[in-house]
Design a protein around this ligand. Sequence first.
Ligand code: ADP
Length: 181
Amino acid sequence: MVTRTEPNIVITGTPGVGKTTHCEVLAERSGLRHLSINQIVKDKEAHEGWDDEFQSWVVDEDKLLDAMEDDVSKGGCILDWHACDLFPERWVDLVVVLRTDSTVLYDRLKSRNYPEAKLQENLDSEIMEVLLQEARDSYSEEIVVELKSDDSDQMETNIDRIEAWIKQWKEDHPEGHDGSS
Ligand code: ADP
């Protein structure tokens, strides 16, 4: 197993909660690498085609994980995606689930011109806490944190917290970590 000297962090949540925005700022401040899974799916063609109704790729998970393995096993990656249950536990040191008030989310998705079916599905998913549940079902509870992302003050606080967590992780793993425990 490869020892990593920097942690891997998953930032997940319903589309529109602020994953990309958080990941970009965090990558800039922490030096960790932002991996946009959507981009990898497109670039590596890790999909079985385009779903017109939901305007998204039908992901080939095995191909996607193979395409990510080399990068992620070295550590220091921020994984940005609207799902988290497919990433192996040994890869992941922290899972951040971003949450947004449904009226705020509605406005953000509306301004993206989402088709009605996709907009409604995402709002329902946020209200039903689908991603939070998925994270809790897939990883041990100590590594899953839920953070609010309604406004820029909350985002600043979130980034500060995650940066402090990264610093602590490095202090706790001076020799690195291979993800086995
Ligand atoms: P995601 O990657 O989860 O789909 P984005 O990061 O693309 O979400 O954010 C969607 C929109 O909402 C963007 O216009 C972004 O600027 C805005 N946004 C996201 N999070 C916040 C926040 N905490 N405060 C203010 N605006 C935000």
